[in-house]
Design a protein around this ligand. Structure first.
Ligand code: SF4
Ligand code: SF4
Length: 373
């Protein structure tokens, strides 16, 4: 039996001619028209979940694209549009201003930071998750993702934009804990901080504000940044750090479970996906700075099927197109590893999360590309 193939619309980054109408923002408008969700947004409040980035990051989706998208949505008859991410003030400070993009930036959990909904999960240590009220209360939601590598997920796209992007910080921590990774025995630790000094990833934090208040001296390991190089374990004079089995499989399953629960809270008719395959860097926009791209710009994809768009996005990122300048000089040896380019870099099979989501949500991974000219 052949699997149904979902349509994934594709706007190629390559220009046929040096004309504004052939440029990528112009193609984005045509891609939105071709996706044909106009009938679904007429008179509705539309939310666009994106990633504002922070610090010195300059590779998030440029405001010119957001402006083009907002114009198109309003032209299709939406009542209002808002862009959503962690902290609205951060977005505004980084140029996602109403005056520029044509709609307001709002925080994922509103101005109170508490606007959201609890959802029972029941997967391993994750009992429940707090989902974004701003996203779930949108009458039509566009999951707008900038696709790139990601330390925890292997890659960051539409699934990560939900599983990590539409949950609060304590929920995110629960997900990270599924990975296992480095085990810290605080009873053996004398807080010499040799581990923090040797860590080149800033993955070892000193006291959290919470611990400081309690007068506790404990280190914290930020699994997102950690590459499991084990330098800290070797350096620790007291055996306070040990390597547990890395459990990416559990983490990938957890991400898929949480994402599928979020999707079930919305009518699939009222949600769509756009993935930007431009400025594809080794790490996520949450790093606070940017590195050069690892492959040339590919374009923009759009689909109503999250698993199809994620699969198509990964398939288009090929090792043979690698731009070596995108890899820091001390990470060139990663290319000897096996698998997809992101698997070589992050040692995590990026398709795993998609396949689990397909199993839990019913979205299929098969796709056919339909090019937008
Ligand atoms: S394993 Fe490496 S990256 Fe992770 S905390 Fe230790 S030194 Fe840092
Ligand atoms: S090196 Fe070991 S003993 Fe020193 S702070 Fe780190 S974990 Fe604690």
């Amino acid at each position: 039996m052949t699997e149904n193939k979902s349509v994934v619309y594709f706007a190629d980054a390559q220009l046929e001619k040096m004309e504004q109408a052939k440029s990528l923002p112009a193609k984005l408008k045509r891609l939105v028209r071709k996706m044909n969700f106009a009938g679904k947004i007429k008179g509705k409040k539309v939310g666009i979940k994106m990633h504002f980035g922070w610090g010195l990051n300059f590779t998030t989706i440029h405001p010119v694209f957001i402006k083009a998208l907002v114009e198109e949505i309003m032209a299709e008859g939406a009542k209002e549009v808002k862009i959503i991410d962690d902290n609205a003030k951060n977005g505004i400070g980084r140029g996602y201003l109403r005056e520029i993009v044509g709609c307001p930036a709002v925080s994922t959990f509103g101005e109170t930071w508490k606007y959201g909904y609890w959802e029972k999960i029941g997967f391993k240590s994750i009992d429940k998750i707090f989902f974004s009220g701003e996203a779930l209360d949108s009458e039509f939601l566009i999951n707008l993702s900038h696709l790139k590598g990601h330390g925890d997920c292997g890659f960051g796209g539409a699934i990560k934009n939900i599983g990590m992007g539409m949950v609060d910080n304590p929920s995110r921590r629960k997900l990270h804990h599924l990975e296992g990774a480095i085990v810290y025995d605080k009873n053996k630790c004398n807080y010499c901080l040799k581990c923090a000094k040797v860590c080149q990833r800033d993955a070892i934090g000193l006291q959290s504000a919470e611990n400081k208040k309690k007068g506790k001296k404990e280190i914290e390991i930020f699994t997102h940044n950690c590459t499991y190089c084990q330098h800290c374990i070797i350096e620790c004079p007291r055996g306070a750090l040990k390597m547990n089995n890395r459990n990416f499989n559990n983490f990938a399953k957890g991400m898929a479970v949480v994402t599928s629960k979020f999707l079930k809270k919305l009518n699939p008719e009222n949600m769509t996906y756009i993935n930007f395959l431009t400025n594809i860097t080794i790490y996520c926009d949450c790093w606070g700075f940017s590195s050069p791209p690892i492959v040339p710009d590919i374009g923009i994809l759009g689909s109503s099927n999250i698993c199809a768009i994620e699969t198509a996005s990964l398939d288009m990122i090929k090792t043979e197109n690698l731009l070596e300048k995108g890899l820091p000089k001390d990470q060139r040896e990663l290319l000897d590893n096996k698998g997809h380019l992101f698997e070589k870099i992050h040692a995590k099979n990026p398709y795993l999360m998609i396949n689990y989501l397909s199993k839990y949500s019913g979205f299929t991974t098969g796709y056919k590309l339909d090019e937008v000219n």
